[in-house]
Design a protein. Structure first.
Length: 80
């Protein structure tokens, strides 16, 4: 994800850890959760403008909302 910024909320980190603990796979579980979470953005990123910022929330980790660049997140929350 070259050229993009990635930040996680405290709740998102806790949700990632909880999901990993459920699978009892340790560090591999963490990696798997993160890879699943970021799969779509990683493939879309080459076509996106450089320097986009992704702020990951608990809702994203839980699959309730898609992972999108920050400005799009704000717009989607306004219309919800």
């Amino acid at each position: 994800m070259e050229g993009a910024e990635l930040e996680f909320s405290e709740d998102a980190l806790r949700a990632i850890a909880a999901t990993s603990m459920e699978t009892q796979t340790g560090a591999r579980g963490l990696r798997s959760v993160l890879e699943t979470l970021m799969l779509e953005p990683m493939f879309a990123l080459p076509d996106r403008p450089k320097g986009e910022r992704y702020y990951i929330t608990r809702e994203m980790v839980e699959g309730k909302v898609p992972v999108t660049p920050e400005p799009e997140q704000r717009e989607s929350l306004k219309s919800a």
